[in-house]
Design a protein around this ligand. Structure first.
Ligand SMILES: [Mn+2]
Length: 406
């Protein structure tokens, strides 16, 4: 007896994609549409291959206000699956919790949305009972270990847990509905369909405990190919197949600038990397990291403002690989060049001296701001490192050499 289902999470339909305004028109449009395109890719796959059911483990929508357009697109997708005879089980997460204010749409009868308390949905697949346990976030911050309310498996049924949350003590993410791997295994289920962490990962093989990751990368840190899992459960063993669905892939390529003397040489090297990225990933958004900057190439880059280099490469990319957008260029110069003593050195030392809490308290006005938060993302170790590097770069390149800061 084999059961086959699709496990997706973190669709974030209608994600606003701030910070992409500089991309050429068509590309900016593709970015704004990408969560919807990825969603349609998944729906088409499901309608074409007709799994026994589909699970969406939270964050269907990007915002608690669930735009009308996002809801209408979702409803249409669900309608397509109703026609294909595919039941859908949805648990809402911290981004699309039930307390948000939104205009409600009626969903077709093949869709079951879990309520605010853990509940069990049952269906029969070719004579086998399947029990699916889950809940939707009643509000944004669910810090309670909801795992305690999931029932233990019993009898012959295939049992699946849906849970939007993260492992207790995970420093890098907001910890919602915390759980430990042992607590999940202790329930005796055949599969755990998790959501919330946007990086795809299998926490346990048999029975599988799985984050499918976001369906579409939402910013440059969500790099690589995104999609969902096509899962087969047979006699206590499960098989997972990852299926790509994202419309655009976020990536980074390093361009070695050693020995570059002229702008056209730089362009050629960049285009080689852009074409290689296109070949490997299809359409996407690429960060170029310029490495191996020697004295001569540094002098070359100094002859035009950074914005002009960006324009130059974006135009070339548009001619040759029109579906790859250049998102950022970073000049990765050797740490901090020999800086004379005095004010700059003092400021740089001061920056180096701040720990994570130091940065947090200094940036709290911005990162703690209710509105700004949507655009800044999370202040984690990596963003702190980036802000520090950017500050150092502005000081050393911009102020000291003069005129390079944008
Ligand atoms: Mn999410």
């Amino acid at each position: 007896m084999t059961i086959r289902f699709i496990h997706a999470a973190d669709l974030h339909l209608g994600s606003p994609f701030k910070g992409f305004a500089g991309l050429p028109g068509k590309m900016a449009e593709a970015v704004r549409e990408s969560t919807f395109t990825a969603f349609r890719n998944m729906i088409n796959y499901a309608a074409g291959t007709r799994p026994d059911f589909l699970l969406i483990a939270g964050d269907v929508y990007d915002g608690e206000d669930r735009s009308l357009r996002a809801q209408e697109q979702f409803r249409q997708g669900m309608e397509t699956l109703r026609e294909a005879g595919v039941p859908v089980f949805v648990s809402h997460g911290n981004h699309d919790h039930l307390a948000g204010s939104w205009v409600r749409f009626t969903l077709p009868e093949n869709v079951r949305v879990f309520g605010p308390e853990v509940e069990t949905a049952e269906l029969t697949v070719r004579g086998t009972t399947v029990k699916i346990h889950g809940f939707s976030y009643p509000e944004r911050h669910v810090t309670e270990p909801v795992i305690r309310h999931y029932p233990e498996a019993e009898g012959e049924a295939v049992e699946i847990g849906m849970l939007h949350g993260s492992i207790r003590g995970d420093e890098a993410h907001d910890v919602y509905a915390p759980f430990s791997k042992d607590e999940l295994l202790g329930k005796g289920y055949d599969y755990w369909a998790l959501g919330h962490i946007h990086k795809r990962q299998v926490l346990h093989e048999q029975p599988p405990i799985v984050y499918p990751g976001s369906l579409q990368g939402l910013h440059r840190k969500e790099s690589g190919v995104k999609g969902f899992y096509d899962v087969t459960v047979a006699q206590g063993a499960a098989a997972l197949e990852f299926v790509p669905a994202g419309a655009l892939v976020f990536g980074k390529a390093e361009v070695d600038c050693r020995g570059i003397r002229h702008a056209d040489e730089w362009l050629d090297r960049c285009m080689d990397r852009i074409r290689a990225f296109r070949e490997a990933n299809g359409p996407g958004l690429l960060d170029l990291g310029l490495t191996g900057i020697d004295e001569e190439s540094d002098a070359l880059f100094g002859e035009a403002p950074e914005s002009e280099w960006m324009e130059f490469i974006r135009e070339a990319a548009m001619r040759d690989c029109p579906d790859v957008g250049i998102h950022r260029i970073t000049w990765e110069r050797a740490a901090v060049p020999a800086v004379p003593g005095g004010l700059f050195r003092d400021v740089l030392d001061e920056l180096e001296g701040w720990d994570k809490d130091g940065w947090k308290s200094r940036l709290s006005d911005l990162y703690g701001h209710r509105q700004a938060y949507r655009f800044t993302g999370r202040l984690d170790e990596e963003s702190i490192r980036e802000i520090r590097e950017e500050a150092e770069r502005l000081l050393t390149d911009g102020l000291m050499k003069g005129g390079r800061a944008e």
